[in-house]
Design a protein around this ligand. Sequence first.
Ligand code: SAH
Length: 606
Amino acid sequence: MAIENNTAIFYITANSFALAKKLNSLYPDAKAFKFKPDTLSKFWGKHKSFIFIMATGIVVRTIAPLIKDKTTDPAVIVLDEKEKHAISLLSGHLGGANKLAKEIAEFLGGQAVITTASDVNNMTSIDLWAKENGLIIDNCNLVPQVATRFINKGKLKVYSEVEIKMPEGFLRTDKPSSADVLITNKKDLFTHSPIHPFTQLYLRPKNLIIGIGCNRGTSANEIEDAVKKALAEKKLSFLSIHSVATIDIKAGEKGLNEFVRAYGFPIKTFTANELNSLRGIQKSALVFKATGAYAVAEPAALLASGADKLLLKKQKMGNVTVAVSEIKSRYALCVMRNKLKDKNPSLITDYGLRGIGKLYIVGTGPGSVEHITPYAQKAIRNSDVIVGYGTYIELIKELIKDKEIVSTGMTHEIDRCKKAVELAISGRTVSVISGGDPGIYAMAGLVFEVLKSHQPSAISHQLSVEVIPGVSALNACAARLGAPLMHDFASISLSDRLTPWRLIEKRLDAAAKADFVIILYNPKSKGRAEHIDRAREIILKCRKPETPVGIVKGAMRENERVIITDLKNMLEHDIDMQTTVIIGNSQTFVWDNRMITPRGYENKRQ
Ligand code: SAH
């Protein structure tokens, strides 16, 4: 299990060592090392970001021979040991150094030193915008020139062949020849009278599906050559490849696997039955004999993209057959899927939708694997990548042994969501996991906020999102206590990290007055004991001291502990962040060591 280790922190003095430790609470996955100039090359390439707590001069001299280019260099931040300045030294945009510098400065109460022109001028950074929209920059060397043009003129003309929301200052043009920026998978839009072909920035949308059929034992090199030749035939960019599609029985083919792995292309497979369900495809008896499908490359490319026409019909080159299609909108994918299902309802697979990235937002329940729903387990099993907080990852580790894991510390929920969306846009199947239910004080809302701030077209084209419910702490804890939630209840989180404390008090007061059963999540936010004390005081104003209270720690986990007490005595028990507290209403009673809230009033039940 490869836990991503993002940040390396280097210190020299005792003061800088203390600061490195402090930064660890901001970046729990970060590792601190004593700085030795001659060993730095060993770390380079292993970490995504480097924080140096020392003089800028030392850093510049040491990293100079290691720097390559802005697409691969890590983020480099320099900090002074008095915590005054966080300098974004290298890879401000793509590497994320500007963002890191701001985050660190805010955490330390110092100042971020940012020098990239777009940030200083408050303008969109082209490379960052491209990255966020899943566009690959073809001619990177032109970025500074085009960015300078943008800053000087305040606008850029953009020609785009994909639906995309433009930021301020990006003006659409339908004339490729007059554009500063071209968003296209085609290599030469300018066979006739180019105006300024060497000053135009090409951004490649990842929207090509390569359908491949090959004989057994075909080498990765031969496959790669065939794909490149096929793309050259139609003057299409290799950078625009979104994924590779083929028949399921070729999924284990060594050469094909080597090829897709070398470029990080997702591979989408279809059964012979699925491939045969497409009409209008040229059939080959030979292919049918070998695979059970009448054709592979063409129907696979079409099924994965949702297109009804190919960009390039099948080309047979030695042992390889290649066909190319372009991903259509999600709407087109759904139409195609429904058409196919109408024709053959016994095919229940996710036609077409397999061509695009999938983002599951999964609830993993209170703790043990048995309490994760079978459907959620299936989603996790079908995922390539699992994104989540360390504790939850740990709780389900037996389920995700063979998965790629992205896990950052607690303070980085937004980063985790962004990463998950990025991975899914690139065509992978990603599960973002939350303990309990993902929509209750968890990740689902955050993911949607990240998606909302993203360019909508990028999402609808390349991504399908599904929220998968889980057993929340309130269900698990209520079950352990008996039946305390049989009547109306209110759930309140005592965490004031994202909600002002006065609003929490207002809601406690309202719920207490209205005689709701009250569930308290996050009862000891940031380890503060006074939150639960204050909540109890507010509730005691409206409820008797004998009101039953259930305290459940680690429900369905190894350390589970269940206590039934009352409002008067509840503070005598240990209440921590793994605990949920349920406070009964005026009717709740204790019977046989269980906490029960009757459904109606006694007299109504006669
Ligand atoms: N999405 C989660 C809640 C996350 S907030 C859910 O639906 O359950 C975190 C809080 O949930 C904790 O502070 C605690 O109050 C509660 N919690 C989560 N798991 C729990 C468990 N196994 N037992 C008791 N309380 C739990």
